[in-house]
Design a protein around this ligand. Structure first.
Ligand code: PLP
Length: 298
């Protein structure tokens, strides 16, 4: 394995091994988690839905007032050159805008910071181990934290504010669960570290429409449901209602559709992956291979 095959980064126009990629300790990206980012999957040598991911990233840049001095074409060019140099055929590809450094030490004026773009890629990441996902994973509802409110940190701008998720993950791991999902302050289901959440009620699939990142996989699931003849609803999903679901599943660019067999002590679909989630999981792996959605890295 070459250095770049373990992972590569694009920083200031240079493509370097991931282990050498770093940002300065005074970058607001580090000191204030002041970063907007996005992650696009590469599958069998092609980006999946590249335009959608880059469009979401550019919307995040605008919302967060990041000026990286690069347009859509330049961002795509950097990502393509980096993945190509790495030789990776299946990859997790992150594009990142950091607030950067303020020339005046200790300044509190974000307008003076020099924003910058960088990117990095590593072999494809499954947020839940594929063996666990296929059987139906386990999710712990965080008890010590709620999802940070949407009017405090906008969840539609993909960000590095992970304090709530990290607390939930500690709880989940301590309880022997694979991952965690967070509730909002009205006890609606929101999302988890790297995924959206769905409940299946008969022939209707429900996922939250507020307080969550509008995942590209979430959008893909909604489209696949139409193909599969399932109805969809995007609206708040109270936890009390989730308990009555026939099935629960997660969606993420890191692994597609992930069936859930257990939430806390409650078993769904007889403690196994449910039929709707299993069908959508298979469809997702079909869709990421379809030419319509692929941008090959040649
Ligand atoms: N919610 C959060 C907080 C995420 O970080 C992610 C992805 O990393 C998702 C949802 C799923 O979004 P996508 O389907 O675009 O990967």
């Amino acid at each position: 394995m070459t250095d770049l095959a373990k992972g590569a980064a694009w920083m200031g126009g240079q493509i370097i091994p991931i282990d050498q990629a770093a940002i300065p300790v005074t970058d607001w990206g580090l000191t204030h988690s002041d970063i907007a980012y996005d992650v696009v999957p590469v599958w069998e040598g092609a980006f999946f839905r590249l335009d959608d991911y880059v469009a979401r990233f550019i919307a995040s840049l605008t919302a967060g007032r990041y000026d990286i001095g690069m347009d859509r074409g330049e961002i795509c060019g950097a990502l393509t050159a980096m993945v190509k140099a790495s030789g990776l055929r299946d990859a997790y590809v992150a594009m990142v805008a950091a607030r950067g450094r303020n020339p005046v030490a200790g300044s509190r004026d974000p307008r003076d910071c020099t924003n910058h773009f960088y990117a990095w890629c590593v072999p494809y990441v499954h947020i839940v181990r594929p063996e666990a996902a296929a059987k139906g994973t386990s999710v712990w509802i965080a008890k010590s934290v709620r999802r940070i409110p949407a009017d405090s940190v906008n969840p539609r701008v993909k960000n590095y504010h992970w304090g709530d998720f990290t607390s939930g993950l500690f709880e989940a791991k301590d309880q022997g669960f694979e991952t965690t999902m967070l509730l909002d302050h009205a006890s609606n289901v929101t999302e988890g570290p790297g995924f959206n959440v769905f409940g299946v009620f008969g022939d209707t699939v429900v996922t939250s429409d507020h307080g969550v990142l509008h995942g590209i996989t979430r959008a893909t699931v909604l489209e696949m449901c139409a193909e599969a003849g399932l109805k969809t609803q995007t609206r708040p999903l109270p936890l009390e209602e989730l308990w009555r679901a026939n099935e629960v599943f997660l969606s993420s660019s890191g692994g597609g559709v992930i069936p859930v067999a257990r939430v806390d002590q409650h078993h769904f679909s007889n403690g196994a992956a449910g039929p709707v989630a299993t069908d959508l999981r298979q469809r997702y792996f079909d869709w990421i291979g379809q030419d319509t959605y692929r941008t090959p890295i040649t």
